[in-house]
Design a protein around this ligand. Structure first.
Ligand code: DGI
Ligand code: FE
Ligand code: FE
Length: 194
């Protein structure tokens, strides 16, 4: 059965707090817009956006416990920074609880926090939508990055990843190798273009 967007939306409204639910809706709509711009399935992008943070309400201890219980492998970086696990557990819940079986949507949820090298278009759309949705206000250069997102998707990814790594440099031990590898990959792609 196809997952019902409106049913999932109402479930999440009650599960996530008000702020996180607003963020979730912002990501869903922004992802649909980016999908229209770049030519991937807008309905799937909206659903991936809706579900990307569906495990975000759990604290670190609960995230670790649930991952253990469901046999979700936890990397060393995730053990040290369990909040990263909301992406992997979110993918699991999307599959098991919300009946999503499209691997494109599931991967976009799974990699939305760290990104990864050679992301699919759907992964890029969710990664970028998560950062630029209208309720976000903390990141630097947001106005420029929001405009850039509709002009050059890879350049946008490159800049978001650089800004994220810059922010994480304050606590270098907290950086997941995947975040670093992804950033290097997109910087290299952009260098090759020039
Ligand atoms: O769940 P959201 O807050 O909407 O967004 P997200 O899933 O992208 O998580 C954002 C946070 O994740 C942001 O503060 C940066 C952080 N992050 C990204 N890569 C890494 C990371 N945190 C750690 N510790 N290590 C990483 O590699
Ligand atoms: Fe998230
Ligand atoms: Fe998010």
């Amino acid at each position: 059965m196809k997952p019902d967007y409106m049913v999932i939306k109402e479930k999440l409204r009650h599960k996530l707090g008000m702020g996180r639910f607003e963020h979730t809706m912002g990501v869903a709509y922004t992802a649909a817009c980016l999908a229209m711009r770049y030519g991937c399935n807008a309905e799937n992008a909206e659903l991936a956006g809706l579900l990307h943070d569906c495990a975000k309400q759990y604290d670190n201890e609960t995230l670790l416990k649930k991952c253990l219980k469901h046999h979700i492998p936890v990397s060393e970086a995730e053990r040290k920074n369990p909040s990263l696990l909301h992406a992997k557990l979110g993918e699991y819940l999307a599959r098991k609880k919300y009946d999503v079986d499209d691997p494109d949507i599931l991967d976009a949820i799974r990699y939305h926090t760290t990104g990864r090298p050679a992301m699919s278009l759907m992964e890029k759309v969710i990664y970028v939508a998560d950062y630029i949705e209208p309720r976000r206000f903390k990141a630097p250069n947001l106005d420029r990055i929001r405009r850039l997102a509709f002009v050059d998707l890879d350049q946008t990814i490159c800049e978001i990843m650089s800004d994220t790594l810059e922010y994480l440099k304050k606590t270098p031990e907290s950086i997941d190798p995947t975040t670093y590898e992804a950033c290097m990959y997109y910087q290299e792609i952009k260098r090759e273009e020039y």
